[in-house]
Design a protein around this ligand. Structure first.
Ligand code: 5AD
Ligand code: SF4
Length: 485
């Protein structure tokens, strides 16, 4: 993995009198150099820097993509702005549920007014929502002021797309249906200096019947373990102490590589990296979580004792309809194996309420699993039909008022259990990674335990990025108040 300084040298070395190179990442270095010329000139004319602003919707995967997109924009010469009055505004969208899409349309409507006042403004859209043809059609028809549209497979091309927008003076749409390309060695601007997401794989092959992700993120592709290790080593030498290994289904990492490597093996290798203090990963699919991985988690010195293990439903019949490939009993047995190996493991989950055909009885099975597992926390979602997925065409959609009632009951149960589970650590002293200044209290910091629980404690901002011992004095539902010892 090249550091940003090396990338800078590559960009400066580009000869813009020649045509653009065909191979990546050189092609993007060339377009970055070209774009930079445009931006510098315009900024001189205006007598001020040109600003950029990225709004990210959705998951950690999108958050990491946005860090890469910001890295490219800064290399091009934009400086980071604070809001949508910036000269370049990019929405990195999510489409996992309908309300994610609605949020984007709402905000886009307002952008039009801002753009009319700023002739230099460029508006770009990317991410999962753009991989849906109906969405792109709607935007081209009803939101004609959008300048650039691209998808999930070609974010590395942002510099080239901006150049095209400037040269061709018309909207640029570049959506790929899929890719087997993984472009390494592009600039990245991290949100936190001390922690970072690291993509280990892209796409998903599971086709859960409710989920749009396989359609918008394409087939599973794993990065080479050497590239991953090099990236993490470079991050550590740049001050990172915590990494989150990212993939839609990390448990099937490595299966498609020329020389297959298991996720457990990757974890063991990452655990050996000197200077790294915390390793997290997301997301695990229960069907692929091997005993080898449980053992690797147990034996590792830096892997956090936290696992996000989406349940989705506790009803074996609904799980089958969801194409999840495990039963209620298999899920509970897996939880038992995890707890037997790692007694202090924190478990979190995702649950969908109101999947087509969910009966009261089926819902009670979900509540039963929640009561048996006793999650540290759970994300609960109302089922949202996504066009093109098998579940959207299923009969027996559950009436909205029934879903709402079940959702409220589930949430109450999840919250009550979480507020009891957290008491396990009350009164103990635990290592906490100080992450940011507290939003509410001057002179306080916010950090996280190894098991991901949030802790607020008095402390100086100079501690941010370090791991300090904190006494957990008071539990407040899902977080702690404490003090350094
Ligand atoms: N409706 C509701 N929730 C969904 N999720 C994925 N697809 C849908 C959908 N169509 C939830 C799942 C997944 C999380 C990221 O989002 O619980 O684990
Ligand atoms: Fe992430 Fe899925 Fe949303 Fe895409 S659709 S941003 S992969 S949650």
């Amino acid at each position: 993995m090249r550091q940003n300084d090396d990338i800078e040298r590559q960009i400066e070395a580009q000869d813009l009198t020649l045509p653009a190179p065909e191979t990546e990442p050189d092609r993007q270095y060339y377009y970055t150099a070209k774009c930079r010329r445009y931006i510098t000139e315009r900024s001189k004319e205006l007598g001020r820097p040109l600003t950029c602003f990225i709004q990210t919707f959705g998951c950690q995967m999108n958050a990491r993509d946005s860090e890469k997109l910001l890295g490219i924009l800064e290399e091009i010469g934009f400086v980071q702005g604070t809001d949508e009055k910036s000269d370049f505004v990019l929405y990195n969208t999510c489409t996992v549920r309908e309300n994610a899409n609605l949020k984007v349309y709402g905000r886009l409507g307002r952008l039009n007014g801002i753009k009319r006042k700023n002739p230099d403004m460029m508006i770009a859209l990317c991410g999962c929502m753009m991989q849906e043809p109906e969405v792109v059609e709607k935007i081209r028809k009803s939101y004609r002021f959008v300048d650039i549209i691209f998808g999930t497979h070609n974010i590395f091309r942002l510099a080239e797309l901006i150049c095209r927008r400037i040269d061709e003076k018309k909207a640029v749409v570049d959506i790929w249906q899929g890719t087997d390309q993984i472009v390494e060695e592009l600039p990245v601007e991290r949100k936190y200096p001390f922690k970072s997401g690291v993509n280990i794989m892209f796409g998903c092959n599971n086709f859960c019947s409710y989920c749009i992700v396989p359609y918008v993120r394409g087939r599973e592709r794993s990065r080479d373990p050497e590239d991953i290790i090099r990236e993490i080593e470079a991050l550590v030498s740049d001050g990172v102490v915590e990494v989150m290994l990212l993939g839609q289904n990390v448990n099937s990492y490595g299966k498609t590589l020329a020389e297959p490597v298991s996720f457990a093996e990757l974890l063991r290798r990452v655990d050996k990296i000197e200077g790294l203090r915390r390793i997290r990963f997301m997301t695990s699919h229960p069907k692929d979580l091997s005993d080898e991985l449980i053992a690797a988690m147990r034996d590792a010195k830096n892997v956090c004792h936290h696992l996000h293990l989406p349940l989705q439903s506790g009803s074996t019949r609904i799980l089958k309809q969801m194409n999840r490939k495990y039963t209620k009993e298999q899920y509970l047995a897996l939880v038992d194996r995890l707890r037997a190996a790692i007694p202090d493991i924190a478990l979190t989950t995702d649950i969908i309420v109101g999947f087509p055909g969910e009966t009261e009885e089926g819902f009670l099975e979900t509540l039963d699993v929640v009561r048996k597992v006793r999650y540290d926390s759970a994300f609960t979602f109302i089922y949202s039909p996504r066009t093109g997925t098998p579940a959207a065409a299923m009969e027996d959609q559950v009436p909205a008022d029934v879903v709402k009632d079940r959702f409220d009951r589930l949430l109450a149960e999840v919250q009550e259990i979480a507020s009891e589970v957290i008491l396990r650590d009350l009164g103990t002293v635990q290592p906490v990674l100080a992450e940011e200044t507290d939003d509410h209290e001057d002179g306080w910091l916010t950090g996280r335990l190894d098991n991901n629980t949030v802790v607020h404690f008095p402390g100086d901002p100079s501690l941010i990025g370090t791991i300090v011992d904190v006494s957990l004095d008071e539990a407040k539902g899902f977080y702690f108040m404490g003090h350094r010892v």
